[in-house]
Design a protein around this ligand. Structure first.
Ligand code: 5RP
Length: 228
């Protein structure tokens, strides 16, 4: 069974989660490209936010209502693809260089759903991990982040330089903390399990749905406790 078929099945299953009146964040990539027509066919009154110019253009052409992410504080549902999904729910994203905006919409989501073909389910995360960097002081940031190589793609719509960290990913939490603490790094492509509510991974003709809701809820409760 082809990967494209699996992407389509996963995307179409996730499109059924959308309900009238929802605010919906749309990810980026070839799997999301199957989500957009599936969602448009349902003709629901929903407000969408896109994580990339490509997604915004494609969604708008299909008749979806896409608005800038400058009025909404939360999103009911975000559906996005991933490059790697580890068994514990850690993700690597950013193969399409959109991970900074994808991270912003995922962090704003009440429900963050990842759709993927079976190749994306991996026993353990590995490099490369996409990063977006500030152009100022780029050689110094790259030196600090070595081994990281620039990716020959245009800058992000926010002006960030896209590169890939090529080192080991033995412990995603430790690596994510180190990347987060690096001056000049805008965002990296490691997404923690606590952000994830569900995965839809297609294998052949079947879609495996896995929920991470309890972990996410526990994290949110923890965050709520910390601010009190
Ligand atoms: C873009 C992403 C994509 O979600 C990820 O690269 C998966 O893409 P695809 O669905 O084309 O395999 O993170 O920045």
């Amino acid at each position: 069974m082809s990967n494209e078929h699996e992407k389509q099945l996963a995307a179409e299953a996730a499109a059924m989660l959308v309900e009238p009146g929802m605010t919906v964040g749309l990810g980026t990539g070839s799997t999301v490209a199957f989500l957009l027509p599936a969602l448009a066919r349902r003709r629901l009154a929903v407000r969408c936010v896109a994580s990339s110019v490509q997604t915004e253009r494609a969604a708008t052409e299909l008749g979806l209502h896409v608005e800038p992410f400058d009025r909404l504080e939360r999103l009911d549902l975000v559906i996005d693809g991933a490059d790697q999904i580890a068994p514990d729910g850690w993700l690597v994203k950013g193969g399409g260089a959109a991970h900074t905006r994808e991270k912003i919409i995922a962090a704003a989501a009440d429900r963050f759903v990842v759709i993927a073909d079976s190749r994306k389910a991996v026993p353990a995360l590995h490099g490369p991990v996409p990063v977006e960097l500030v152009a100022f002081g780029l050689p110094a940031t790259l030196h600090r982040l070595r081994p990281t190589v620039l990716r020959p793609v245009p800058n992000s719509p926010d002006g960030g330089v896209i590169a890939d960290y090529q080192g080991p990913v033995d412990d995603p939490a430790t690596l994510a903390a180190w990347l987060d603490a690096t001056p000049g790094l805008v965002a990296h492509g490691l997404f923690p399990p606590s952000w994830l509510t569900e995965t839809f991974v297609a294998r052949g003709d079947a879609v495996e749905r896995r929920t991470f809701t309890l972990e996410r809820r526990a994290d949110q409760l923890g965050a709520a406790r910390r601010v009190r």
